[in-house]
Ligand binder design. Structure first.
Ligand SMILES: Nc1ncnc2c1ncn2[C@@H]1O[C@H](COP(=O)(O)OP(=O)(O)OP(=O)(O)O)[C@@H](O)[C@H]1O
Ligand SMILES: [Mg+2]
Length: 228
């Protein structure tokens, strides 16, 4: 479903080459984990794959759609209809309560089920709370609810449990994996945590802007079976 061919991404007018020819293939419904040291280009790769940022060379295809040939308008439309994001920094709207933060995601596609999703992430009792009145784990669950409320075909997650303690991190990861199992979306998750790679179908290792290894897990583990 996603095919990247030789992606190059530079910053500072070409002075810094962050992605140095990255090619990959991701199947529909696949759970992919991207591992790599800090600064290896993982977040940059996610932002290019998801159409948030443009690449300087190479191509990214979603089936037969080529992101690199889209106009800004087409790219915005593509992001709205196809992808969801969960970032390490929560990016909730501080002046909106839980209900309205999630509704914002749901409104993008006219989804009326957003209260069900809030319930499913266990935040029914916090509907009227604003982000500052929530714990880190609760805020991350609001982000997950907001991303899922869009019914994305592809969910991108950048260190979704990075800011969470072990117990909350496992619960959040478990919820994400279960949602993936039920809804069948394609999932691309960046993490530093080697253990989390055991939950993936496919693991992609990066170093200094290139892919160094790709392997598959025959039996991906659950969030409660891995070390932390
Ligand atoms: N907007 C930018 N302008 C200039 N350099 C950037 C920009 N964004 C990222 N970089 C550089 O690109 C490199 C890769 O950054 P990236 O954020 O993709 O790494 P990462 O693998 O996600 O790291 P981490 O695990 O710490 O999040 C870093 O050296 C970073 O300084
Ligand atoms: Mg990063």
């Amino acid at each position: 479903m996603i095919k990247a061919e030789n992606i190059v991404k530079t910053y500072n007018g070409g002075a810094v080459e962050v992605l140095k020819g990255v090619s990959l293939d991701i199947k529909e419904g696949e759970k992919v984990v991207i591992l790599g040291a800090s600064g290896s280009g993982k977040s940059t790769l996610l932002s290019v794959l998801s159409g948030l940022e443009r690449m300087d060379g190479g191509k990214v295809f979603y089936d037969d759609k080529d992101l690199s040939s889209m106009t800004e308008k087409q790219l915005t439309e593509f992001r709205r209809n196809t992808v969801g994001f969960i970032f390490q920094q929560y990016y909730l709207l501080p002046h909106l309560n839980v209900e309205n933060n999630v509704k914002m995601g749901a409104d993008l596609i006219g989804n009326k089920d957003f209260r069900e999703i809030i319930k499913a992430v266990g935040l029914e009792s916090k509907l009227k709370n604003k982000p500052a009145e929530l714990s880190g784990g609760e805020q991350q669950r609001v982000c997950i609810a907001r991303a899922l409320a869009k019914n994305p075909k592809v969910l991108f997650l950048d260190e979704p449990t990075g800011a969470l303690d072990e117990k909350t991190g496992r619960e959040v990861l478990d919820y994400i994996i279960k949602s993936q199992g039920e809804r069948g979306f394609t999932m691309v998750m960046v993490t530093h945590n080697l253990n989390i790679a055991e939950t993936a179908d496919t693991v992609i290792k990066m170093n200094s802007g290139v892919i160094t290894e790709v392997y598959h897990n025959a039996t991906p583990k659950t969030a409660f079976e891995i070390g932390w």
